[in-house]
Design a protein around this ligand. Structure first.
Ligand code: 3PG
Ligand code: MG
Length: 411
């Protein structure tokens, strides 16, 4: 039998390094994961450098690689992809940015890059949309809240460049940076000036917003500064259905991933109750994915919470959330004629609190797959599997071959 459908499950940032808090095991190795283990036992596994060995990928470049769009060829910055995911349709000439609602103290130092993982930021976004005015600079803008502390900005206007730096210092206890043009092109100077003005005006609005005033009273970090990064124009992506001859959907609360999906032509299926965090309704997500497999050939599903726990350095929370994921995946075991592919997009070690280049585990289970002798979904066990060590860009060709959609190389 040949599989007809593909469920491509990316467990964002799930792989890790040995954690002291877990007796030297990774959260994945420490977690009880009977469902994932069964998928490994019934499938073929391996480890994967999502971009290349030693390259520490962002979720943007790694997801592009996993979908078979090598980032060196297709990546034009995170911002436009994140913007597309929040519902801002990026057209030619617009410059997109990823934003964080962050906290600055009275001395102007960034004290929390994620404002205590603030959520429910729509009222803040609305105030920014209503209050910021960049018309003196000849620039318009779109601004939308995303999941948790995330948001996206798109600048709109004539002669805007995308080669500008970020105000995100990427660490706490220091001042935000000034956005600078990276070239002598006046277009980049115009964008940098618009960014700095946007950050200044939005900061004033956010500082006094009732939602933030209330957060301060409650002892919570306010979202009183926008950190912006990842400037870029929208790239040009051959559509998934033309590239591979199959239809597809994306299910992800993380706007970056839904934005990447939309950019390559996957239909975004929103699922109420999903948050992109450890409180997400994973049962609803899995139900939605199974429903989509009835309509489409390929479903990309991203589950984000383990990555957040890794960024927060919380090994025990990460292990516990992995167990929640595992339980939610149980209905997948009954899928017939479906290739189930499970991997991470990068490692997010709790000891690093950021992404690392450590390869990630990957497993493929379904009709036609040569079953190897591995039986545990973790970083070390999968390294003994029959896929051995592959790159992210190898995965789509392997999947397409297993569903009989690959082109013969030669006559
Ligand atoms: O969670 C995300 O969106 C990113 O992976 C990490 O970004 P942050 O450090 O700005 O939260
Ligand atoms: Mg990621």
């Amino acid at each position: 039998m040949i599989a007809e459908k593909v469920l491509f499950l990316v467990l964002d940032g799930i792989s890790d390094r040995p954690c002291e808090a877990l007796g030297g095991l990774t959260p994945l190795a420490a977690a009880r994961t009977p469902v994932l283990d069964r998928i490994v036992a019934e499938g073929i596994s391996g480890i994967m450098d999502t971009v290349a060995p030693g390259i520490r990928p962002g979720s943007d470049t790694s997801h592009l690689a996993l979908l078979g769009y090598p980032p060196r060829e297709f990546y034009t910055g995170r911002g436009p992809l994140e913007a597309e995911g929040t519902g801002i349709h990026m057209t030619a000439g617009m410059i997109g940015f990823r934003c964080n609602f962050a906290t600055v103290d009275a001395a102007g130092l960034v004290t929390d890059r994620r404002a205590g993982r603030i959520s429910g930021t729509e009222p803040l976004a609305e105030a920014v949309r209503d209050g910021v005015d960049l018309s003196e600079l000849g620039v318009g803008f779109r601004f939308e809240a995303g999941a948790g502390h995330r948001a996206a900005l798109a600048l709109v206007g004539e002669g805007l460049g995308d080669k500008v730096s970020s105000n995100d210092p990427k660490k706490e206890g220091v001042r935000p940076l000034t956005v600078r043009p990276c070239t002598a092109d006046p277009a980049d100077a115009k964008t940098a000036a618009a960014c700095n003005e946007f950050i200044r005006q939005s900061g004033e609005i956010l500082q006094n917003h009732p939602l933030n005033v209330r957060r301060v009273k409650e002892g919570l970090p306010p979202g009183n500064l926008l950190l912006i990064r990842g400037a870029g124009n929208m790239g040009s992506f051959p559509q998934f259905s033309e590239r591979y001859g199959i239809s597809g959907s994306v299910i992800s609360a993380a706007t970056l991933i839904s934005g990447i999906g939309k950019a390559v032509g996957l239909e975004h299926i929103p699922v109420p109750g999903t948050t992109g965090s450890v409180d997400s309704d994973l049962d609803a997500k899995v139900r939605a994915a199974i429903g989509e497999l009835g309509r489409k050939d390929f479903v990309l599903m991203n589950i984000k919470g383990a990555d957040e726990a890794g960024h927060d350095g919380k090994g025990i929370q990460k292990r516990d959330f992995i167990e929640v994921i595992d339980k939610a995946l149980a209905p997948l075991l009954d899928l017939e004629s479906t290739l189930i592919v499970v991997c991470a997009d990068h490692s997010t070690p709790c000891s690093v609190k950021d992404h690392s280049a450590d390869p990630v585990p990957v497993v493929i289970r379904g009709p036609g797959v040569r079953v190897d002798r591995t039986n545990r979904f973790d970083e070390v066990s999968c390294a003994e599997g029959g896929l051995h060590r592959i790159r992210g860009r190898d995965l789509m060709p392997i999947i397409l071959d297993l569903i009989n959609k690959s082109h013969k190389y030669g006559a």
